[in-house]
Design a binder for this molecule. Structure first.
Ligand code: 2HG
Ligand code: ZN
Length: 467
């Protein structure tokens, strides 16, 4: 990836004077990990990669770029699956990596809150909460690399949404830098605050297009003392929903995760990582986890399994006896994304439909795809407990991607669903959003963008077309 020849020395010198050498990455080779997403699918060259250490440095960099009309691509762990955190082609831009701003500024164990900088890695945040017997429940496979700024900016979901909500539900306050370099400092720890517009909601899920998140105040929860994890073979997605009913009847709101995995996803994980389910099976699988500080969890899980087996909604199942066994069950689910990557091209769909329509959606979308294209393999998995499935398609030809997207998203639209449940629009789904979003909603989004970023310098070409 080559730096555009127009790189202006005065601009780079001005960046250096703000950031010093440690905060500036230059040169094609050194910049390349910041300019391409981790799957090698999206990206373009940048003039420079900046790595500020403080909110004042972020502000100074943004001011400088605003003066010169240079665009800024905010980046956290670069784990986006939608090309949300890397440059787009055809625009003079820098990457602004938040990874050096990674301090955990404070924890309040009584109020159950934590203030962290944008570059803090999710797993580090979870561990810091655990030290106080508390829980930050946003959790997903990339948590060892994903950073809080990206998690806030994409309103990340993950495996615990059915119990704890999306990232938005865990946010008490934000600190952010706006497109003119001004700093909005809203790191409050208040559980109730109706004093004026709740502006932080605009930045959550805005993918860095309305402001750059530099720190966040998080709402934590008590850490459940007991956890039980079960893995079940189910005949089909409809049985998985019936199983969810059995589980809800026995475990109620203790259910913290309920994940569906297709036979093709299990086969990929076995092929590329040698991981096998705990029993011989060819069918769909469900991974269910419940957590509580009250005892009796295991008995309730056994009862749920018993009634599912009796009703024929599950054909087999195991409950993990140890943490290690539970981790091995989760590995089957968490390796799907990487197994897909190893298998070659995977065309991603991150969709949601009403929970009770999931089986019909999977049936209809599979049928529509097989009718439109020959020889595609569908890999389905995801968060059935909250209506979000990853309906991915293993397709060799990159050029068919847009057509595949359209076939799947037409079915989603027919179910009044969403074309992006948790990964965001990034650059990947800009055309799809424009196609499916109601025009009045799109215009409202453009109005907000123009108001907060009149020059269009914040993460251009993400969510909306670059101006
Ligand atoms: C997951 O649920 C992630 O594991 C990734 O959201 C989904 O790879 C995907 O499509
Ligand atoms: Zn997911």
């Amino acid at each position: 990836m080559k730096t555009p020849p127009s790189t202006d020395d005065a601009f780079l010198e001005a960046l250096r004077s703000i950031l010093s050498d440690t905060g500036l990455v230059l040169g094609d080779e050194a910049m390349s990990p910041y300019c391409v997403d981790w799957r090698g699918e999206f990206g373009a060259p940048a003039l420079a990669v900046t790595r500020p250490k403080s909110v004042d440095q972020v502000s100074a960099v943004v001011r400088l770029c605003a003066e010169r009309g240079i665009a800024i691509v905010p980046q956290g762990g670069n784990t986006s699956l939608a090309g949300g955190a890397v440059p787009i082609a055809g625009r003079a831009q820098i990457v602004l990596s938040l990874s050096r701003m990674n301090a955990i500024r404070s924890i309040d164990p009584v109020g159950m809150t934590m203030t962290v900088e944008a570059g803090a890695v999710l797993e580090t945040v979870q561990e810091a909460a655990r030290e106080h017997e508390l829980l930050f429940p946003v959790s997903f496979a990339a948590q060892g690399s994903s950073q809080i700024g990206g998690i806030v900016s994409t309103n990340a979901g993950g495996i615990n949404v059915l119990r704890y909500g999306m990232t938005r539900q865990r946010m008490l306050g934000l600190e952010a830098v706006l497109a003119d370099g001004s700093v909005v400092a809203g790191l409050r720890h208040l559980h109730k605050d109706n004093a004026g517009y709740d502006w932080k909601q605009l930045l959550i899920g805005a993918e860095g297009t309305l402001g750059i998140v530099t720190a966040a105040s998080l709402r934590l929860s008590p850490r459940p003392k007991h956890r039980v994890t079960a893995f079940l073979a189910v005949p089909d997605p409809a049985s998985a929903l019936a199983l969810l009913e059995h589980a809800t009847a026995e475990l109620g709101d203790a259910i913290s995760a309920f994940e569906l995995i297709s036979p093709s996803a299990l086969a990929l994980v076995r092929q590329h990582f040698g991981l096998r389910p705990p029993m011989e099976m060819q069918s769909w699988a469900v991974l269910v986890e419940a957590a509580s500080s009250l005892s009796g969890l295991r008995d309730a899980m056994e009862a749920a399994l018993g009634s599912a087996l009796e009703a024929g909604d599950a054909s087999d199942g195991v409950i993990a006896e140890t943490e290690t066994q539970a981790a091995a069950l989760w590995a089957l689910r968490e390796h799907v994304t990487e197994a897909e990557l190893k298998s070659g091209r995977s065309v991603k769909h991150d969709v949601s439909v009403p929970i009770n329509r999931i089986p019909n959606f999977i049936r209809d979308a599979s049928y529509a795809l097989h009718k439109a294209f020959d020889g595609l393999q569908v890999v389905v998995f995801g968060h059935v407990g909250d209506g979000n499935v990853h309906f991915n398609v293993l397709a060799g030809a990159a050029e068919a991607k847009a057509a595949i997207n359209r076939v799947v998203h037409d079915v989603v639209a027919g179910y009044q669903g969403s074309i992006s449940a948790e990964h965001g629009i990034g650059s990947y789904r800009v055309a799809e959003l424009a196609h499916y979003k109601q025009p009045a909603q799109l215009e409202l989004m453009r109005t907000l963008k123009r108001a907060l970023d009149p020059q269009g310098i914040l993460n251009p070409g993400k969510i909306l077309d670059a101006p």
